[in-house]
Design a protein around this ligand. Structure first.
Ligand code: GLA
Length: 389
């Protein structure tokens, strides 16, 4: 089944609802995280890549603010000066407010949004919306800003304005990703390295939706903060959990009660796995990368306790049927599993994994493959051909 591209959809929606073509059309990808889970708010490294599914924002000037999404087709009037609404439009008003504080002001805008990115599947649909909207608004205002600033504005919009307790991984990779690359982002010092990722990643959606605004993610963040405080009480000088050396772990674990010792173990070992994964990517050693993914999943399951039965079944089946490795990606408690599968076995492994899942849960998972895609970018709109750079 071929679907209309989200660029075409957003452009037509804009035209239908607002009566003329958009001035700016921007798309931003979702992301999968290869490894480095729950490390970004602990000062550690992450290794995500942008996926081929994207969210598109078509934008034009206007008096006052209005937005429409292809999901509900209703025009929402936005009130950037009112408290954040309990709806997806909060990401837009959040971005407008942060941009104003940075001196990028507009009297108003019309925005039409379409996406082929699944919502609530741990693929960063909200960060894709925030980044695309930020870049579209900046373009509409006639400004040019760096991808780093776009990431920062989108992060502040989500974190400070909408109140999502996220780290910086998603907005950063969505703004800065390059085609064919994964991004090693050291959240501790901001260093970024693009690493080659020429192959494909398989995505198996668990069908279990999880929102960051619900309690589990926040609980883990707080547990990590308590673990840091305890470690410092025992004399360590670190200011973030990720800075603890692997050699210090056994002794600290003896002193820390559960659950904090388990959270600490996850973060410290995940930092080491992420660096090892970056080395495996550089060496094009996919079997080693696969093993690290599996170890990462085991740690999420046992130490961070953020997995779910659906993800565990997908990971186990993937490996049993021939994947190099697989793991839950994103925040967890649902969402999606990624798998690295040798090229020539992709179709068979994907079918067998899906079948195992169906036998256990009575439904087929959505399963698809993606290459590493580009970050946020301007698009040529189907109507009017107004290209922005
Ligand atoms: C979500 C957050 C990220 C990160 C991951 C877990 O995707 O938005 O900042 O914390 O969870 O690694």
């Amino acid at each position: 089944m071929t679907q209309a591209s989200p660029v075409g959809q957003a452009t037509s929606l804009f035209q239908e609802q607002f009566g003329s073509g958009p001035t700016v059309v921007v798309s931003a990808p979702g992301r999968v995280n290869l490894i480095g889970e729950h490390t970004d708010y602990n000062g550690g490294p992450v290794l995500p890549l942008a996926i081929e599914r994207r969210t598109v924002v078509a934008a034009g000037h206007g008096e006052g603010w209005a937005a429409v999404s292809a999901i509900d087709g209703t025009v929402h009037l936005l009130e950037p000066d009112a408290p954040s609404p309990d709806s997806w439009t909060a990401y837009l008003t959040g971005a407008i407010r942060v941009l104003r504080r940075r001196g990028i002001t507009l009297r108003g805008a019309r925005l039409a949004i379409a996406s082929n990115l699944p919502v609530g599947m741990g693929l960063s649909s909200s960060a894709a919306l925030s980044v695309a909207a930020t870049r579209a608004l900046v373009g509409l205002a006639g400004n040019k800003v760096s991808a780093e600033l776009i990431a920062e504005v989108a992060y502040l919009a989500e974190h400070d304005e909408v109140g999502v307790p996220c780290g910086r991984m998603d907005q950063t990779v969505i703004a800065l990703a390059r085609t064919g690359s994964a991004l090693l982002f050291e959240t501790g010092n901001g260093a970024m390295t693009q690493l080659p990722f020429p192959g494909r990643v398989w995505v198996f959606e668990t069908g279990v939706s999880h929102q960051l605004t619900t309690g589990d993610y926040n609980t883990r963040r707080r547990e990590c903060q308590v673990a840091l405080r305890l470690v410092r009480d025992y004399g360590s000088l670190v200011t973030v959990l990720a800075a603890i050396a692997a050699e210090e772990l056994p002794e600290l674990e003896r002193m820390l009660p559960p659950p904090w010792k388990l959270r600490l173990r996850h973060v410290v070992t995940e930092v080491a796995r992420t660096h090892a994964a970056a080395r495996a990517l550089v060496a094009r050693d996919l079997p080693s990368l696969g093993r690290l993914l599996l170890e990462g999943h085991e740690s999420l399951r046992q130490n961070f306790q953020s997995s779910c039965a659906e993800a565990d079944v997908l990971v186990e089946a993937a490996v049993q049927h021939g994947a190099w490795g697989a793991r839950l990606t994103g925040a967890g408690w649902g969402g999606a599993v990624i798998a690295l599968i040798p090229d020539e076995q992709e179709a068979r492994v994907a079918a067998e994994v899906s079948d195992d899942f169906r036998q256990r849960f009575g439904r087929l998972p959505d399963a698809w493959a993606t290459k590493a895609a580009a970050g946020v970018r301007s698009e040529k709109s189907a109507i009017g051909d107004r290209r922005q750079s």
